[in-house]
Design a protein. Structure first.
Length: 151
């Protein structure tokens, strides 16, 4: 698994990209956007929980993204993507089977399921994944991330 700093960097980068997308969308840029949906699997199993983002490979235009739940994502409404080549960033977590203290503001002694980042850096903060978003129609992009790319 990643040290906390790598996970923090990956989450921060994805969240910054999504925040930037929200600003762009709030200012009215949205013509030509299309729905993007699909599945995300790692080590042959659906990613339980995570975030996926699509950012322009050339650095021009809005970044968008959304949640991954039970291995599925669906970017609709304001989260739709613009056409073009995109860098895909995926941050995902899974349960370890252990219980850990919840921490504040939960009452002392509260235990929760431990979750750990499970996606290698080459798919999030150092992503090598790219896809082409085709204009004028819904796009489906499924990601089956290979086992050999463990963190």
């Amino acid at each position: 698994m990643f040290p906390a700093t790598a996970l923090d960097r990956a989450r921060r980068r994805v969240m910054q990209a999504l925040a930037g997308a929200a600003v762009v969308l709030a200012t009215g840029c949205g013509d030509g956007r299309v729905r993007v949906s699909g599945t995300v699997r790692f080590e042959g199993a659906p990613v339980e929980e995570g975030i996926i983002s699509f950012e322009p490979a050339d650095g021009k235009g809005p970044t968008t993204g959304g949640s991954i739940t039970d291995g599925r994502y669906d970017l609709t409404g304001d989260a739709r993507a613009t056409a073009g080549e995109k860098i895909v960033r995926i941050v995902g977590s899974r349960k370890t089977g252990r219980k850990v203290p919840a921490g504040g503001p939960a009452p002392a002694g509260t235990m929760i399921e431990e979750r750990v980042q499970c996606i290698p850096r080459q798919y999030n903060d150092q992503s090598t994944l790219k896809v082409q978003i085709t204009p004028g129609r819904d796009n489906t992009h499924n990601f089956d991330l290979p086992t050999s790319a463990k963190p």
